[in-house]
Design a protein around this ligand. Structure first.
Ligand code: SAH
Length: 350
């Protein structure tokens, strides 16, 4: 690695910030040696805060019905080849009861932008979940809504909201989304969620079509300023029924590099080793933890619908029972010296 890259890594690790152009330099100048140094520093800072604990979130993919047409996403409206489904409140509560028994203390409800889930319906599910499992956190990841809607869901008991910003560059956003989807609105949502008092997660895909080091540098600069509680990043993976079917997937190597950088930008941030990372490499999630991640989000959806929530091709774990996923991840984490904890997994005070 060059002296310059070493200097940037040392400064990032001491000051938790760099200039935007410096992030681009760090990305463009990356080598295996630089990645190893970043990972070492990221793991040390995460160990100082969280020890060897890895937090889990039980993920329910509650609907694959979506009014949007994001060019990268397998459940986009224009994909007529996917059988659409929606889970009922009873399905969700039954999955949560099972998840609770397996040691999950955070439930994430994710789905397409499905008009069925009005504030009354979704809020009703949130409050039912909180009544049944008051010691659990409920996270929503249901896309863009109005400030009033986010407020009602918060009042119903939702604790956290995940909404990846997808890219911090408006022109890049416009190349990943159809006309009518607006980067400004996505950013407005993130600001509203934070102002309301949610623990908020943003994030982006690594290697999305047209993405450059400059775009990634903007993402990092945005995250440095926004200070999210959570940040979800994973490789872009093409889906065969989308306009991006022939685009190359993002790489393991760059995703791991960025995970380490994110840990150093915001040491207490909750950083998942995502399913997409596990999809592009059989030990992707383990490698993610060893690069600085500290969260895993196994799927707790009923096995019968899992194949239909295929955002990208070859998604893993679509045939496994929830208990199998839990035990598989436990074993994977133990093999690398970590342990899954039974805990809500809130962000540490910084
Ligand atoms: N409707 C919700 C949930 C979207 S799915 C929302 O708008 O937030 C969750 C995330 O999956 C997306 O934010 C996107 O970053 C990611 N995703 C979608 N398609 C993908 C693909 N082909 N490869 C990798 N990640 C993808």
């Amino acid at each position: 690695m060059t002296g310059r890259v070493r200097e940037l890594i040392e400064r990032l690790s001491a000051e938790h910030r760099l200039a935007e152009a410096e992030y681009a330099e760090l990305i463009e100048g990356r080598t295996d040696e630089a990645a190893a140094l970043l990972a070492e520093k990221a793991v040390a800072v995460r160990k100082a805060i969280y020890g060897n604990a890895v937090f889990t979130r039980g993920l329910f993919e509650i609907s694959n019905i979506c009014k949007n047409d994001c060019l990268y996403c397998g459940i986009r409206r224009s994909n007529a080849a996917v059988a659409r489904y929606r889970l009922s409140e009873a399905d969700i509560l039954a999955c949560a009861d099972e998840g609770y028994g397996l040691g999950f203390r955070t439930f994430v409800l994710q789905g397409g932008e499905d008009g069925f889930f009005t504030d009354a319906v979704l809020g009703g599910i949130v409050s039912a979940l909180k009544r049944r499992h008051p010691d659990c956190a409920v996270t929503l990841s249901m896309g863009e809504r109005s400030r009033e809607s986010y407020q009602r869901l918060f009042d119903a008991g939702a604790d956290r909201y995940l909404l990846r910003h997808e890219t911090a560059d408006a022109a890049h956003y416009a190349r990943l989304h159809p006309p009518g989807m607006d980067w400004e609105n996505r950013m407005r949502c993130l600001r509203d969620l934070k102002a309301i008092g949610y623990q908020v997660g943003c994030g982006f895909m690594v290697g999305s079509p047209f993405q450059t080091a400059r775009h990634l540098a903007k993402d990092l600069k945005f995250i440095e300023a926004f200070q999210p509680d959570m940040c979800g990043i994973g490789p872009f993976i093409p889906h065969h029924e989308t306009p991006f079917r022939d685009r190359p997937a993002g790489t393991l190597e760059l995703t791991l590099y960025l995970l380490s950088i994110l840990r150093l930008i915001h040491p207490p941030v909750l950083l998942p080793a995502t399913t997409a990372l596990g999809t592009i490499h059989p030990e992707g999630r383990e490698k993610g933890i060893l690069a600085g991640a500290n969260v895993v989000m196994p799927n707790l959806s009923p096995v019968g619908v899992r194949k239909q929530y295929e955002l990208y091709d070859n998604k893993i774990c679509t045939g496994d029972e929830s208990a199998q996923c839990r035990h598989c991840l436990e074993a994977r984490m133990e093999r690398i010296g970590y342990r899954l904890v039974v805990d809500r997994g809130d962000i540490a005070e910084s």
